[in-house]
Design a binder for this molecule. Sequence first.
Ligand code: NAD
Length: 506
Amino acid sequence: MSRHLVLTGFMGAGKSSSASRLAKALGRACLDADAELEARLRMPVAKFFAQHGEAEFREREEALVLELLAREQPAVIALGGGALGSKKVRRALKKHLVALLEVSADNAWARVRKSDRPLARDESAFRALYAERAPVYEDAADVLIPGSGTATVRDATPLLRELLGRAPGPRMIWASGKPWSYPSIFEPGLLERGDLWLARRDAVTVADENLAAIYPWLDEGIVVPPGESSKTLAEVEKICSAMAEMRFERGRQLAAVGGGVVGDLVGFCAAVYQRGTPFVQVPTSLVAQVDSAYGGKTGVDLPAAKNYAGAFHQPDGVLVDTDALAGLPKGELVAGWAEVIKTALIAGGRLWERIAKGVDFKQPIDPWIVFECARTKLAVVSADERDNDVRQILNLGHTIGHAIETTVGYGNMRHGEAVSVGLAGALRLSGDGELHKQVVALCRQAGLPVRARGLSADTVMDVIALDKKRSGSTVPFVLVGAPGDVTQGHTVDDKELRKVVEELLR
Ligand SMILES: NC(=O)c1ccc[n+]([C@@H]2O[C@H](COP(=O)([O-])OP(=O)(O)OC[C@H]3O[C@@H](n4cnc5c(N)ncnc54)[C@H](O)[C@@H]3O)[C@@H](O)[C@H]2O)c1
């Protein structure tokens, strides 16, 4: 049986209108469960609710939705906001491609508060229902799409068509900023198969030697030495020259296969080669899969400081194979946990709860954690690509972390390790003793350092002062109020900062 495309989401997400547009674009029938139900009940939902109550309504709804899902002819089906409350429906959905149209509680309320929907009469009950249903939608979804933006749904249509034609399994987050919009696909096993299906057929891969040793098919593309010492303008020149030699035309695609170094380096080459050529990110390290591959920050280091030459250049898409992490050296995996812990602090909610309750760091990372980290980062960069505002929260732990990394010398300490020390510092500056203790304990459990002994506090303070986000005479800091409440732009007194830095270096 061919799969249905099923749209889910809260009231006001725009499921009905998106379903009809998608059905047209995909050449499928559009089935709107609420409309079908009203026809069958021979009365509006609100009236049926009032006369028979919610329990009876849910029973009828479940029967109808199961019937629609069992139809042979592949369709686009829009489900009512409460349909996923049924276990049977959730089970039946596993065979189909389920797309969650995301909408914030504020936007949803603004859209439906004046409607006749029976569950949209009282704002606080509405918000409580939103909070209760959100995880149910998320767990059932293969695909997350920002809701009700006509342009976003239109942009995502070719990828939805592609996913419908592929075997079930991959998950996708569609991210949309201004003026870009692209998919991140999560599909284990891709690299082993050499199947970079999101990339164009004639894409040229750039990988580092370690990756090329694991996946020999990468030898056909460009191969660079591994490690931070490759993130240089000299390496950019080498790659761009190799591209010119192979008569790589502008418009052809690069595919960056590797950790954050390869992603940043190749992204920068893509940004500058013939004034810009497209590229896809294929992150293989934990740092890259949870953080660096998303958001379009590309660049290289200068001797003066990290990431000092760079450009914003968004990829055409990101292809994530969590199976690749099995080959990652332990130290690199550990370093990645610093970005996971940082991202969980930013996200709060379920991601933080999952991390805070204790992770068995010896087991392979749960792909759900990678997915949620990516989702958190993509949501932030969609709101502020250029780092003018909220994107700065992603630098949590990085002001001190980068200064330590620079002081130690690139390549002598992993980025994630430096971030872990920086996180300990940022939490100390944030002033919540309990959370500081909890994060330090988590980092230690993961095998991360929370101190950088032996460095000179003067040097670290000098490098912090050089921080590129410096405005006037102060360096703005990212601080944590609570998990999920991370804010940028805080001024920290120099004496207090010095005290914390000295503590970290002791
Ligand atoms: N652009 C951004 O938004 C952003 C965000 C965070 C970090 N970064 C950058 O990312 C870089 C750090 O990334 P990283 O930690 O991935 O470093 P990395 O790219 O050097 O990778 C770490 C090591 O792991 C190896 N490796 C990667 N994937 C592997 C796999 N699947 N199997 C075996 N070995 C594998 C690499 O060859 C390398 O030796 C830093 O330069 C940092 O500045 C950028």
